[in-house]
Design a protein around this ligand. Structure first.
Ligand SMILES: Cc1cc2nc3c(=O)[nH]c(=O)nc-3n(C[C@H](O)[C@H](O)[C@H](O)COP(=O)(O)OP(=O)(O)OC[C@H]3O[C@@H](n4cnc5c(N)ncnc54)[C@H](O)[C@@H]3O)c2cc1C
Length: 419
């Protein structure tokens, strides 16, 4: 496969861009693989890539029921940060951040990774105290954090209303300067291209409809394109985790599926050059390279497998956006959509062996799975290759929900919709 370079761009321009090779092959399923990965989202593709690159395991199939990138990897608001408070989460997400920092070079694919900073706004002195505690916890882990006063925020985010004549005046904020955004589709395409280069079969429109078992041991999958066997079957299906696990007769998972919406406005000249979150409600907003403002907020608040949402959440996030940036009030909304979120009961993910022999599980990503993509793939590949977790995902077990060792990142208790 040719590398992308200035030279290949010029060469292909001279032939009218008609001779570019496919980014990945349209592979046909084989009857047997060393590893089957169910789910061709960001995590499944990253897992395949790191299995091949880091562990030399290349006889791998990624089975995707739709088109590649049609799940949450192509639906998120692309925020990347590693400012989590619990050490297990901080270390894991910081590993992801470091992988992000080298990802475009590693994959020879432009991720449009933009470390424009993520600013979380505080609206009460109590919230500022909590941010100072979070910032200090993060700094102790060697991760970047800055506490900002209102004047500094006003300087960094010119359109933001920082006056006092509002219900929730801004009193300061916490910034992670290395946080930012990346192009979500490029992440899927880049990992797919990288995995394909190593010989991984990416098989689209191939839905897993059942598991083949020998006693309790999973030995393969039934699919809409025939049965496929493998000694290792890895599940990475995000919001569909509960339904796929049910196919293996595992009826109860500590995960709820909820809709989360994203919104994009008509394009504007550069206005917001960072990511900002509203601390008195739930809203995160940034500006895409095409100029549209990209924003989202809370879950729709009911369990659903529909990839679209309803108006009350739109009204809620639009109100928060206008509270923060009054000059957005007359903007037109161009698009909105929803994705199915795999909300775990403690706000932290699961990357582990099991729960059945021959099975491996990556799930429970809540709001944080996009930024986790590189590290989730990296750690999941390690877990599959070694039949044991890496130190970075050793705490992300499934049985923590049975033995009480939960990682309650938000301190909200077992309420998935609040994570
Ligand atoms: C609106 C929205 C905004 C978000 N914003 C952010 C953000 O700003 N930052 C952040 O870090 N995270 C964000 N997230 C979360 C993030 O997108 C997800 O956590 C992450 O993408 C999940 O991992 P994935 O990419 O592998 O999932 P997906 O892309 O959903 O991949 C799972 C795949 O499994 C496939 N599948 C399901 N069942 C089967 C089956 N039976 N057989 C075969 N294939 C199957 C699906 O079709 C899907 O393609 C957001 C999510 C949404 C919806």
């Amino acid at each position: 496969m040719s590398r992308y370079s200035a030279f290949s761009l010029i060469k292909n321009a001279l032939s009218g861009h008609k001779n570019w090779k496919r980014t990945w092959r349209a592979a046909e399923p084989k009857p047997h693989y060393d590893v089957i990965i169910v789910g061709g989202g960001g995590h499944g593709l990253a897992t395949a890539y790191y299995l091949a690159k880091e562990h030399g395991i290349r006889n791998v199939a990624v089975l995707e029921k739709g088109g590649l990138g049609s799940g949450n990897i192509g639906r998120n608001t692309t925020i990347v940060r590693s400012n989590y408070i619990l050490p297990a989460n901080t270390r894991f997400y910081e590993h992801s951040m470091k992988l992000w920092e080298g990802l475009s070079n590693d994959l020879n694919y432009n991720m449009m990774f933009s470390q424009r900073g993520v600013i979380n706004l505080a609206h009460t002195p109590g919230q500022m105290d909590a941010f100072a505690r979070r910032g200090n916890a993060i700094l102790l882990e060697g991760v970047d954090a800055e506490l900002l006063d209102t004047e500094e925020i006003s300087r960094r985010v010119p359109g933001l209303y920082t006056g006092q004549n509002t219900r929730f005046p801004i009193v300061g904020g916490l910034c992670q300067p290395r946080g930012g955004t990346a192009r979500h589709d490029a992440v899927a395409w880049g990992y797919a291209r990288g995995a394909d280069k190593y010989g991984v079969d990416i098989i689209e429109h191939c839905e897993v409809t059942g598991f083949i078992k020998d006693g309790d041991t999973v030995t393969g999958v039934k699919t809409t394109r025939g049965d496929i066997s493998a000694p290792k079957v890895a599940i990475s299906v995000a919001g569909n985790t509960s339904t796929v696990m049910k196919l293996a007769s595992i009826d109860k998972m500590p995960i709820e599926s909820h809709v989360l919406q994203a919104f994009v406005t008509e394009p504007l000249k550069p206005l917001i050059n960072t990511v900002v979150t509203f601390g008195a409600g739930h809203l995160y907003i940034s500006q895409s390279d095409k100029g549209g403002l990209v924003f989202g907020g809370d879950l729709d608040g009911y369990n659903s497998y529909a990839q679209r949402g309803n108006l009350p959440i739109f009204e809620h996030v639009a109100a928060a956006a206008v509270t923060m940036f009054p000059n957005l009030a007359r903007l037109k909304l161009l698009r909105n959509w929803g994705g199915i979120m795999d909300m775990s009961m403690d706000g932290s993910p699961i990357i582990c062996t099991g729960p059945l022999p021959g099975m491996y599980l990556n799930a429970g990503w809540c709001y944080g799975g996009f930024k986790a993509t590189p590290a989730a793939g990296w750690c999941f590949a390690h877990t599959i290759a070694n039949d044991a977790p890496h130190a970075l995902n050793a705490d992300f077990t499934l049985d923590r929900f049975y033995n009480g060792r939960q990682l309650d990142e938000r301190g909200a208790g077992p309420y998935p919709a609040h994570q």
